[in-house]
Ligand binder design. Structure first.
Ligand code: THU
Length: 162
């Protein structure tokens, strides 16, 4: 018999970055700093991601584009792959993501794309600890989620969720 299942995802919505606690606010400010280092001549969409590790270190990444468009990489994966390569044994506590309006266009909210969600999820499962997600919107709002898994329900992983 078919069973009806529902998935609920809780998230917090803040009106302003100043409502974050000091640690989260600092991480989002680091993400803003990182967005300044984006190489995005094709999209003019400058994304920054900052990652807080268990040892207190903060790493970051910014999107890196390429004339062959698919060869570029999002800020979140730039950040998490660099972190995995340089701090392979440090657990990731949180990731903050923001974007900067470019000369062309606007953005609604910095939120990881599907491929970044899949990549980030791998680290969350590997470390057996949730990664907090802090996302900044273009009108100053900030959204907080408890885990990457919340961004990617019914995910594809090597560990069954059943
Ligand atoms: N981008 C990111 O870096 N992160 C996201 O969450 C969404 C998109 C980048 C990829 C590309 O360089 C540009 O933004 C436009 O899609």
């Amino acid at each position: 018999m078919a069973k009806q299942r529902n998935i609920q995802i809780a998230y917090e919505e803040l009106d302003h970055i100043d409502e974050l606690n000091a640690v989260d606010k600092n991480l989002l400010l680091k993400a803003r700093e990182a967005s300044e280092k984006a190489y995005a001549p094709y999209s003019n969409f400058f994304v920054g991601a900052a990652i807080l590790l268990e040892n207190g270190a903060i790493t970051s990444g910014a999107n890196q584009e390429n004339a062959a468009y698919p060869s570029g990489l999002c800020a979140e994966r730039t950040a998490v792959f660099w972190t995995g390569a340089n701090y392979p044994n440090q657990k990731i506590l949180a990731i903050a993501v923001t974007a900067k309006k470019g000369p062309i266009g606007d953005f609604v909210m910095a939120s990881p794309c599907g491929a970044c969600r899949q990549s980030l999820l791998e680290y969350e499962i590997k470390q057996k600890k949730n990664i907090k997600v802090i996302l900044e919107g273009n009108k100053g709002k900030v959204f907080i989620l408890n885990a990457i898994q919340d961004l990617l329900p019914i995910q594809f992983t090597s560990e069954a969720f059943l």
